[in-house]
Design a protein around this ligand. Structure first.
Ligand code: NDP
Ligand code: GDP
Length: 329
């Protein structure tokens, strides 16, 4: 039975990846931080097959212990401070976890897995936020980076150090440059889920309006369930490499809002949306659109869920969730 170790197991992608790998017959270990992490209980209920292992990306000895205990064939480093807006307020923490945390993971892989036989295969969760103020459209593996947030800067370090450890020590280390991917498990702080959940609550009469920031920026949004398949596929190749994972379609935040309201039969969304400068960022990423040709050709990967289907899935999920909460009141 192959063994996989996932950091960020309590996050959106960690859950999808655990499900996917379990379906493929993997034994799945998940790193959980904190002495009484409230997400642990929910995780045990929903993913009883995941073996939780304590550890923190800020603490190298804890990562080494976790890898010694789980003895994985594959390591997926999904843990991060992942919210761009938060990274502006907690830049040092973001640098430490999202950036230096990757270095700690790579060193732990070298210590436990040994670099001589490249036993452990390593996946790093890189991000389209590294492209930031884009130098080229669409963005490919060759597009230069110009990050626009502490999060983006930390991800550039994580990406570069992954490539460096591959080149320096022969690690089987891959970096997936994933564009935004969403779904019902997305945190409520991210714009897609904030909108779909608010639209559901407005439809049910428990919320009056959505207060938002910049409606003009554009993102290439895919479905998280599709994207974790690409992570796995990268680690099954003969050689480690880096891949852009994206849909190749871009939509504005306004498009997202319009589509989510239309899903519940509200055609004129403007009376329900208010903009507040507090949600604007000190520096914005205006446009992201990825070219995943390399992943199509080499991994045989293609996204299956398109933007309208994704938003419809999320609104339906949030309507059911909020209705169930109302019934319990
Ligand atoms: P989430 O924010 O949903 O999950 C982040 C995870 O990191 C959580 O499990 C969290 O644990 C964990 N974590 C945070 N700090 C630490 C720490 N110090 N030690 C150990 N674990 C920690 O992110 P996603 O699942 O959406 O994303 C997965 C990865 O992919 C992230 O690295 C993200 O930056 C990257 N990415 C995501 C994209 C997206 O659109 N989703 C796009 C491109 C890249 P806890 O819950 O206990 O706080
Ligand atoms: P990001 O691409 O990783 O920053 O993902 P987000 O979902 O956090 O943000 C996507 C875009 O939505 C950014 O350009 C934000 O500025 C914009 N946006 C506009 N209003 C909001 C809001 O209320 N919350 C969030 N999170 N983003 C918003």
């Amino acid at each position: 039975m192959p063994r996989a170790f996932i950091t960020g197991i309590t996050g959106q992608d960690g859950q999808h990846l655990a499900e996917f790998l379990h379906g493929k017959g993997y034994e799945v270990f998940g790193m959980v931080k904190g002495q009484n992490n409230p997400k642990m209980t929910a995780m045990r209920d929903e993913f009883p097959y995941v073996e939780p292992v304590p550890g923190d990306l800020a603490d190298l000895p804890s990562i080494v212990k976790a890898l010694e205990l789980s003895q994985p064939d594959e390591v997926y480093n999904l843990a991060a401070i992942s919210f761009v807006a938060m990274s502006f307020n907690q830049a040092e923490l973001t640098a430490n976890i999202t950036g230096t945390g990757v270095l700690r993971m790579l060193d732990a892989v070298r210590i436990v897995g040994g670099s001589q036989n490249n036993a452990i295969r390593f996946y790093q969760a890189s991000s389209s936020e590294m492209f930031g103020q884009v130098r080229q459209t669409p963005q490919t593996e060759m597009t230069p980076f110009h990050p626009r947030s502490p999060y983006g800067c930390a991800k550039v370090f994580g990406h570069d150090i992954t490539v460096n450890y591959r080149e320096s020590y022969g690690l089987f280390a891959c970096s997936g440059i994933l564009f935004n991917h969403e779904g019902p498990r997305r945190g409520l702080e991210f714009v897609t889920r904030k909108v779909t959940n608010s639209v559901a609550r407005i439809k049910l009469g428990i919320q009056d309006e959505i207060v938002m920031g910049n409606l003009d920026s554009k993102r290439d949004w895919g479905y998280a369930g599709d994207y974790v398949k690409a992570m796995w596929a990268m680690l099954q190749q003969d050689e480690p490499d880096d891949y852009v994972i994206a849909t190749g379609q871009t939509h504005s935040i306004e498009d997202l809002v319009e589509r989510a309201f239309a899903e519940v039969g509200i055609e004129d969304w403007r009376p329900y949306v208010r903009q507040d400068p507090k949600f604007y960022r000190p520096a914005e990423v205006d446009l992201l659109i990825g070219d995943a040709t390399k992943a199509h050709r080499q991994l045989g990967w293609k996204p299956e869920v398109d933007f309208p289907t994704l938003i419809s899935m999320m609104v339906k999920h949030d309507l059911a969730l909020e209705t169930a909460k109302l019934r319990r009141r």
